[in-house]
Design a protein around this ligand. Structure first.
Ligand code: SAM
Length: 289
């Protein structure tokens, strides 16, 4: 089988199950199997692949036809310009989560400008999964101390590997949200599970792919707010409160989300930011003063 034949074979199969980016995906899979850049693959359509490569490719196409995410098939995902190892124990980092990283970096930069001082800032990434947020932050804020928690030991293992791959030093802690944290925290970043439980049974193409990701990374009760409710209670009990809390949220129950914030942080300033699709995606909760 040549590269062009393999592409046609894969694209036909994937189009049949309504995968719109079928051609692009076949290129990504071939590039991973041949361990070559996509450019090289595209430049050599008549190159023959070996029987072993063909077998592997066909097995990946078969898995993709059942909507297993490409990132799991190739074992990696790009996020914030960095490469992360991913497996079934961690959520695949999403492009919209880059907004959260941007927001934290902007906050640190602005605070430094205003206060014009060099104090070491402590940032915590809660529910770190693959470590994507923590590692992206450390890469861009090398002076900050970054702590990352998760209540999945399997996820923390992946995050630790990713920290090493990206040459960043992060303190990983196995913890229910921030319950094990002893340090003073300046900034809280969290992308906790936020899908409402009703989405578990949805049969759309996105939900079909979700079944491959760890459930505790996705769903959080009837309104998708259970973990944030618990987190806000834990923050309220901290002696020294953080300057800012930045959370990624689901857009479905936005009024309930706002109410939850107001109940827990009545005097704090709440700003909601939309993602590139125009959906409410980020909560930025700032301490008064
Ligand atoms: C939506 S995933 C986000 C993963 C990663 N931060 C990202 O943005 O790609 C949520 C993560 O929170 C973790 N998690 C869920 N409940 C938690 C809890 N109570 N304490 C700590 N981590 C929790 C899950 O194991 C999962 O890794």
């Amino acid at each position: 089988m040549t590269i062009i034949e393999a592409e046609k074979f894969g694209a036909d199969k994937l189009k049949k199950v309504d995968i719109t980016s079928a051609i692009l995906e076949t290129e990504v899979l071939l590039s991973a199997i041949l361990n070559q850049s996509k450019e090289l693959i595209l430049a050599n359509p008549n190159l023959k692949i070996t029987k072993a490569q063909e077998k592997k490719y066909k097995s990946l196409i078969k898995r993709r036809e059942k909507f297993e995410p490409v990132a799991y098939l190739i074992g990696k995902k790009e996020f914030y310009g960095l490469t992360f190892k991913v497996n079934k124990n961690v959520l695949i980092p999403r492009p919209e989560t880059e907004l959260l990283v941007d927001e934290v970096i902007n906050f640190v930069t602005e605070t430094k400008k205003q206060k014009n001082k060099k104090t070491k800032i402590n940032i915590i990434d809660i529910g770190t999964g693959s470590g994507a947020i923590a590692i992206a932050l450390k890469t861009h804020l090398p002076q900050a101390k970054i702590i990352a928690t998760d209540n999945s030991k399997a996820a923390l293992k992946v995050a630790q590997i990713n920290a090493e791959l990206n040459k960043t030093e992060i303190q990983f802690i196995y913890s229910d949200l921030i319950s094990k944290i002893k340090d003073k925290i300046d900034i809280i970043a969290a992308n906790l599970p936020y899908l409402p439980s009703e989405e578990k049974d949805s049969k759309n193409i996105f939900s079909l792919a979700l079944k491959y990701e760890p459930k505790p990374a996705l769903f959080a009760g009837q309104y998708g707010l259970d973990e944030y409710e618990k987190l806000f209670r834990q923050i309220k009990n901290l002696k020294i409160k953080p300057q800012v809390i930045v959370c990624e949220i689901g857009p479905t129950y936005i009024n309930k989300t706002k109410k939850l914030v107001k109940e827990n942080f009545p005097n704090w300033r709440l700003k909601i930011k939309k993602d590139l699709c125009g959906k409410n995606r980020l909560l930025i909760i700032k301490k008064p003063g």
